[in-house]
Design a protein around this ligand. Sequence first.
Ligand code: MF3
Ligand code: CO
Ligand code: CO
Length: 269
Amino acid sequence: MEDIRGRLTKDGIRIYEDADFAGMREAGRIAAEILDMAIDYVKVGVSTATIDDFIREEIVRRGVTSATIGYKGYQHASCISVNHVVCHGIPGAKILADGDILNIDVTVIVDGWFGDTSRMYVAGNAPRKAERLIEVTHEALMRGIAAVKPGNTFGDIGFAIQSYVEANRMSVVRDFCGHGLGRVFHAPPNVLHYGRANAREVLEEGMFFTIEPMVNLGRPETKVLADDWTAVTRDKSLSAQFEHSVGVTATGCEIFTLSPAGKFHPTYG
Ligand code: MF3
Ligand code: CO
Ligand code: CO
């Protein structure tokens, strides 16, 4: 048996100890650094397999482990979700074209701790509406994170995200959610990106989880393609996602997956 310290709440959510933050900080930093380095590979004419090859090699070079290779049969070091792909896009022969927007999602295991993060990239120049989608999705994540503190609820996080997204006349995907993590990849609770204030489980210091809203320009419905992984918008509208791994502190939260270079959010010149 793996030795996992800490206790579980009545909802089965693990409460980690102060010392455990250091492990998550290291795993999160490495995942974020790899996403920083991936920026150079996102170019018109490059295949998504080429980007994934870089990510796999960088994970090996650093002597850490990919959490996705071998996970439920998945065979890649990243998910790369282009345009109307909502999440779990499989890297492959697809060549990036001018104006494509893409999410790259990487999860690494470092000394047993899971660092899970994703962000948006642009190949060439994106149309204004795609830039707006990316801006709103990033701001939605940060508003969700701003709701993280002991005594608030997971409903408060979902409400902060959903109300902001819908005020911008975009939609929040319901079919996928964030998740507890730590010494495991996916654990309770389900972190919904929609909801009502004061609803659901109460946040406590020592909880570790992801927030990873997926936002669509059109309707929220998704479907999974025949490969059993790729999730797309049913109406083929553009979709964006950002993901951070966070830990609840006494006064708020620590974001484990911030970009050391400050490149989490793509900037538009
Ligand atoms: N990293 C994804 C998440 O945010 C999970 C990817 S699982 C995979 O939870 F198998 F598709 F890679
Ligand atoms: Co995740
Ligand atoms: Co992820």
